[in-house]
Design a protein around this ligand. Structure first.
Ligand code: SAM
Length: 320
């Protein structure tokens, strides 16, 4: 095993101690390494605006060393050294591709929206997942994107416009109020919740963890509870909901879902998640003195590596 990068010691001690406790022993070192690694850059071909074969040929002719991600179509990676050139390429500037972490792309894949359906993205900016949903729906049906922060809302709108996602209606609103306003409206709901962003910590950028504290984690968790409640209310009986975060903290993940399982009891059911990846851990059933609902073993924790950041994903449905 490669020795730990000493810069890992810069991360908050409490964060590291908690992480060690929640990870399987064999994943602890690779996970800590991942905060200092230069990850491959992944991007998705925007099929709303380009044909994959042509665009791949153009990018290769421009010198980009593209590697397809073999378990899903339309997604490629390039070496870290080419990231900057990709962000300056005309494909990027014209919205023909969208640069995004591979773990983030899993949430729309698991939601699996179909053309013609009525879909909600409850925390949408800057819009990477909204664009992916619109492409999967071939711009047909209804896709509502909610964002509560003004500056981010306008960035969302600009990204959707650049990406050609003409089907999306954007709402500058607090997602916590949506479920009560339009109960049972949507076939599918994505809640990519605002979180402590622990999986985005980067030892080369101390700003990435400057605001982290246990108090912030708990504050995020309270907001997430209310957003998830709203998302469940907005879901049609029989519909599918994906809840995800880029945090490792069980308070923001299993505990948020556990609270809704207690509230809604057998009105909601967790669905299995099948992914062709080896860097996965099932949802935790215990954290400290808290024991979570056994059904949470169906949730998935993506363990970080040189291609993917950490991520938590949970898929559920609502009964009639
Ligand atoms: N899904 C986005 C993407 O893939 O590009 C990233 C979403 S980010 C994790 C969470 C977003 O939720 C942030 O843009 C944040 O401003 C927004 N947010 C925070 N509180 C919210 C609320 N009460 N209602 C709706 N959105 C909220």
């Amino acid at each position: 095993m490669t020795p730990l990068d000493p810069s890992t010691a810069l991360l908050p001690e409490l964060f590291i101690a908690r992480l060690q406790e929640m990870l399987p022993p064999a994943s602890r070192e690779p996970c800590l390494q991942s905060f200092s690694c230069h990850r491959h850059t992944c991007f998705r071909i925007n099929t709303l605006k380009s044909s994959e074969a042509e665009l791949v040929a153009t990018l290769r002719a421009e010198g980009f060393r593209l590697q397809p991600i073999d378990w899903c179509s339309g997604i490629y990676s390039i070496p870290p050294a080419q990231r900057r050139a990709l962000t300056e390429s005309s494909a990027f500037n014209q919205g023909l591709i969208y640069i995004q972490d591979l773990s983030s792309m899993l949430a729309p894949m698991l939601l699996d929206p179909q053309p013609g359906e009525c879909v909600l993205d409850l925390a949408a900016a800057p819009g990477g997942k909204t664009l992916q949903l619109a492409a999967m729906m071939q711009n047909s049906g209804q896709l509502s994107a909610v964002e509560s922060v003004k500056g981010r809302f306008y960035r969302l709108k600009a990204n959707l416009e650049r990406g050609g996602a003409s089907m999306v209606r954007c709402y500058l609103k607090d997602g916590r109020s949506v479920g009560a306003k339009v109960p049972g409206r949507f076939d599918r709901v994505l809640l990519d919740a605002p979180c402590s962003s622990e999986a985005r910590f980067d030892t080369a950028n101390p700003e990435s963890w400057a605001h982290w504290s246990l108090k912030k984690v708990q504050e995020s968790a309270r907001k997430q509870q209310r957003l998830l409640d709203s998302a469940i209310r907005a879901l049609k009986p029989g519909g599918t909901l994906v809840y995800c975060t880029c945090s490792f903290s069980p308070e923001e993940n299993e505990q948020v879902v556990d609270a809704q399982l207690r509230r809604y009891r057998d009105q909601i059911t967790l669905l299995p998640i099948v992914l062709p990846l080896s860097n996965l851990q099932p949802g935790l059933l215990q954290w400290g003195k808290r024991r979570y609902d056994d059904r949470l073993r169906l949730a998935v924790r993506v363990l970080p590596n040189d291609r993917m950041r950490g991520f938590f994903l949970c898929r559920l449905t609502r009964s009639g």
